[in-house]
Design a protein around this ligand. Sequence first.
Ligand code: TA6
Length: 298
Amino acid sequence: MQTATPPPVPSRPVILENNLPGVRLTSETGFTSEIYNHGAHVGSWRDGNGDAILFLSKHAQFTPPKAIRGGIPICFPQFSNLGPCATQHGFARNQAWELVEQDSSQHKSRECVFQLASSDATKELWPHEFVARFRVALVGDTMETSLSVTNSSDAKTFEFTAALHTYFAVGDIAKASVAGLGNTTYLDSLDGRIEKVDANESVTFPHEVDRIYQQTPDCLQVVDEANNRTIQIKKTNLPDAVVWNPWVDKCKATSDLGDSDYEKFLCVEAAAIQNPVKLAPGETWVCSQVLRVSKGCV
Ligand code: TA6
């Protein structure tokens, strides 16, 4: 007999471990994630043994509007300073989002949706009417995320850039790399954002790295040798990818990072940067990123 799908339970944030409201998700293989209303920010993703797959700084401040350091900050309506907002990476990660959907199968949620609609406050920063929704779902050993943006005005077209600024935990940066970007053009943010190409199939981190790769393959890998694991990134409608590690000096200069934290994370940020997204009134843009962790290094 077909069992009826349980109706979505009323959305109800709980107070998470850092005293902010949010949602705790658990997959059928025991992977867990905590997502905060603040910024619709994925703060953690852990495997069935409780080992962190995403990096979260021990010095992260959970004091809105400051963005949480680690996990998956949402960069919208711009990446970095590539847009009209005065604030780096736009404002989505600094705003309170509303929990609008949450499932609850066997009393454990696996999926939730947060929403951010334009307001007087956001229009001060960016004079456009929009509705953004961010969905997170845990399915076995994967985390599915998708961001949609709708132009809810009836008259004004707007454009934006966006990124899912994902912090991956690694056991040792000296034994970590990002595969799939060989011979892909990138802008070097450490060298006036001039265009360069790196023939190496893997990006390694013997120094600070801050690169905006353009028109990249949709499938990339984070190879974490020290933890003997590979994290596959499958992105859709996010043609670009930013790769970043602050290394020693920038890490020391960042108040919500520990001095040696650069050894323990790298960022791969699925993004739409080179060609800003343009939405006419009523149009919607949707992108997604699916992360899957597996044992072993390719
Ligand atoms: O990830 C690329 C980047 O633009 C770096 O240049 C660095 O600034 C990083 O983002 C972190 O930015 P944040 O505003 O979160 O400190």
